[in-house]
Design a protein around this ligand. Structure first.
Ligand code: SIN
Ligand code: CO
Length: 409
């Protein structure tokens, strides 16, 4: 996979952040949430009801320019093009080469690019503001570009979303309807009937929070860019499948079963070889009934599963890595930060780094600190630098491309 150049243009507003971005503290009112505290927002709105916030981020500019977004859609970012030409919905999957996209002068089309935070530090910085919700729930930052009249049709999502207007205007209509049946004749999810009960025109800096299953339709008024901060809400089926797979892969299921493999010493000769024997069903049922687990297995699974980088994520180790001494000297001047693609979670027994669990006897304070803040200042690194096991570990992460020198990008 070709390496992504770091040349994507960034909007001036977010690129000028001079301190590492921080999520708002739970009990401090924030403009981002209409002067509610994150704690109040979570209690009153999260997963419950929509919230419109005027000027959530005043003066916001797109974290990625239009041209840079088009460039991303031609590379390894997941991209979709939705057109609504002559009242006909169509959808195409990327990548899109320069000539594949319609002209920006043509009405009614939208380009959606998923996981922009994985490719751009300003987009990652924007996502940081939403870390009053646990990282395991945070999915990605999707960006859309639309020409006048563009949108993706009236639909609902199964997850929570913050829709932040970053350029131009978009008219949103929403409805809490029960009938969520979809049109079967289309290549994208469009509701059969849409009964909006509220409508707003969002301008740059305005934001709309929607809990799952609220019907919505956003139509661009002129050229428009929207950032969707999306959360993940795996289904019970998905979690169960992944969890059982996790246990089986580690031999945890057979370890608890009396027979590690199916056996049938009592099997008699049969006249109907194609028939599934009742006894076999009973024996397998008994094996399955012995599958047990505890909360430690569940925590290990969740930490591993939710810190697993998405498919296609490729870390970029430094081309000429500094040796450990030079690395320490540089970190003592500039500090360190997690790479924007790194996922680092922890609980009281383990830390989970990019899909791997590492059990530790008593987590040292710096690890949860780095995981929560995603950076270590030079001053904080100085306090750790006398412990050679810590500097060796951080150097290893640096060589793998999991952390970067510099407390902020
Ligand atoms: C968009 O940004 O165009 C669509 C976002 C959504 O409706 O979920
Ligand atoms: Co939606």
């Amino acid at each position: 996979m070709p390496k992504r150049p770091q040349a994507h243009t960034t909007g001036p507003g977010l690129s000028q952040i001079s301190v590492p971005p921080q999520p708002p503290a739970p009990d401090i009112p924030t403009a981002l949430l209409g002067n509610l505290t994150p704690a109040q927002f979570m209690r009153q709105y999260w997963q419950k009801k929509p919230l419109l916030v005027r000027q959530a981020i005043p003066g916001v500019t797109p974290p990625v320019s239009r041209d840079a977004l088009f460039e991303m859609a031609g590379e390894d970012a997941e991209a979709r093009l939705v057109t609504h030409f002559r009242h006909k919905w169509q959808m195409q999957q990327g990548p899109f080469a320069a000539g594949d996209l319609p002209s920006v002068r043509q009405r009614a089309w939208t380009l959606l690019v998923q996981g922009v935070d994985l490719h751009n530090d300003c987009a990652r910085a924007l996502l940081e503001r939403f870390r009053f919700v646990p990282d395991v729930r945070l999915d990605d930052l999707m960006m859309s570009y639309a020409t006048d009249g563009g949108g993706v049709g009236a639909h609902f999502d199964s997850y929570d979303v913050f829709l932040l207007q970053v350029h131009g205007k978009r008219r949103w209509r929403i409805g809490a309807q029960r009938d969520l049946s979809l049109r079967a004749d289309l290549p994208l999810k469009v509701l059969q009937h849409f009964e909006p009960d509220e409508e707003w025109l969002l301008e740059p800096g305005d934001m709309l929070y929607l809990p799952p299953h609220i019907a919505h339709d956003g139509v661009a008024e002129g050229e428009c860019m929207t950032c969707s901060i999306g959360f993940r809400a795996p289904s019970a089926d998905e979690l169960t499948t992944q969890f059982l797979y996790y246990l089986a892969e580690r031999g945890e299921l057979s370890a608890r079963s009396s027979a590690a493999r199916y056996r049938d010493p009592q099997q008699t000769a049969v006249q109907h070889p194609a028939q599934l024997p009742d006894a076999l069903v009973e024996r397998v049922e008994a094996i399955l009934a012995k599958a047990t687990w505890n909360s430690r297995h569940v925590a290990s699974f969740l930490g591993t599963h939710f810190s697993e980088p998405k498919p296609h994520v490729v870390f970029e180790p430094p081309q000429r890595p500094l040796d450990e001494m030079r690395f320490i000297r540089r970190a003592l001047i500039s500090g360190l930060r997690l790479d924007r693609k790194t996922l680092l979670l922890y609980d009281n027994r383990s830390y989970f780094l990019n899909g791997e669990e590492n059990r530790v006897s008593g987590l040292k304070k710096w690890l949860p600190e780095l995981a929560d803040k995603r950076y270590l200042t030079a001053a904080r690194f100085l306090t750790l630098s006398s412990d050679s096991s810590v500097t060796a570990l951080l150097h290893e992460w640096y060589c793998a491309g999991w952390i970067q020198i510099g407390a902020h990008a």
